[in-house]
Design a protein around this ligand. Structure first.
Ligand code: NCD
Length: 326
């Protein structure tokens, strides 16, 4: 087996990205119908090592692993030896010594995933690393955009809300700009990352020629009429130690996707949200029920993209899929 690691979204070449998206599309009808079982990953074991809370990311990896025939094992920080002070390095070495095939890791520190990657020799998927990266979320968001014909050069996506604490924004913005798409960050100054200009591709891409732009606006009403998609974000109160906390009512009034703002969003645009959603704060019930809303689809399609990622990280492709490609 040739194993692969996904630490940051920038680890994926354009070819990798399209391979993963095509494979995710192939899984889609099976996931939507439900109940399928393949033996692509039979004989492998997949450890879901989650040191932070998660519902959809963890559940989608678990469902995907089981659908593919992998023995899927859930491990949180509580109940594992990390509670006894074991380092990530030692956890990686331990799981390596047991010959597990793939680890899906969520960790509170941005560099935990790289430490793990240095010592674990098989497949590894980053399921969210502190304020750093969330590449598997970016992949399912890319799938959502592609299915609406929006994963294209020149398209413009707004990300609105708590950008200071958003690893989803970091991974998405890098993927979109590498494809020539433009990103508008929409947030009040206290919810912007310090030194946000460093998010511009000229600061992190080896060669930013042909990359899309990254800009910042504090006014959602000015931005909405001119976007192809809008991604709303949750206020990550668990990461705020007081200073950045914004009053929810005031925030909703200034930035929430509510009735009057829905009218400003073009008819062809889509609404996304990585979840968990705080209905009534960053997005209204009406927005959730709007035909442009893709939030529920993102969750379903997340399972398809995690099926693709598990296969990719283990270096195994479903036989039926290979047959459709010859
Ligand atoms: C996001 C995360 O954990 O970074 N959620 C997710 O994975 N679906 C965003 C969030 O927690 O608000």
């Amino acid at each position: 087996m040739s194993y692969r690691k996904l630490v940051s979204i920038t680890d994926l070449s354009t070819d990798d990205l399209h391979t993963l998206l095509d494979l995710s599309e192939w899984f889609m009808p099976q996931v939507e119908e439900g109940g399928f079982k393949l033996d692509t990953l039979r004989g492998t074991s997949c450890i879901l090592l989650f040191h932070e809370a998660s519902t959809r990311t963890r559940a989608s990896f678990e469902v995907a692993g089981k659908m593919l025939g992998s023995d899927t094992i859930n491990m949180g920080s509580s109940g594992s030896s990390s509670e006894k002070g074991e380092s990530l390095k030692d956890t990686a070495l331990t799981l390596n010594a047991m010959d597990h095939n793939v680890v899906v890791l969520r960790h509170a520190s941005a560099d935990g995933i790289q430490i793990f990657a240095n010592y674990f020799e098989r497949g590894l998927l980053n399921a969210g690393s502190g304020l750093g990266q969330h590449p598997t979320q970016a992949l399912l968001d890319a799938l959502t955009l592609r299915r609406s014909g929006l994963l294209e050069r020149g398209k413009r996506v707004a990300i609105v809300g708590d950008l200071r604490h958003s690893r989803v924004m970091r991974s998405n913005l890098q993927l979109w700009s590498s494809l020539g798409m433009d990103t508008v960050l929409v947030a009040p100054p206290q919810l912007m990352p310090d030194g946000w200009e460093g998010l511009r591709p000229e600061y992190w891409a080896e060669d930013a020629t042909g990359y899309g732009s990254v800009s910042w606006d504090t006014d959602i009403d000015r931005v909405l009429p001119d976007v192809d998609a809008v991604m709303m974000l949750r206020m990550q109160r668990e990461r705020m130690d007081g200073g950045y906390l914004t009053n929810s009512d005031e925030y909703s009034k200034l930035y929430g996707l509510f009735g009057h703002r829905l009218k400003k969003l073009p008819a062809s645009a889509i609404i996304m949200h990585p979840g968990p959603v705080n209905r009534g704060i960053e997005i209204s019930e009406t927005a959730f029920l709007d035909p442009r809303c893709r939030i529920t689809e993102q969750v379903t399609w997340g399972v398809a993209s995690r099926c693709a990622l598990l296969c990719w990280s283990c270096g195994r492709i479903p036989e039926m899929y290979s047959q459709t490609r010859v």
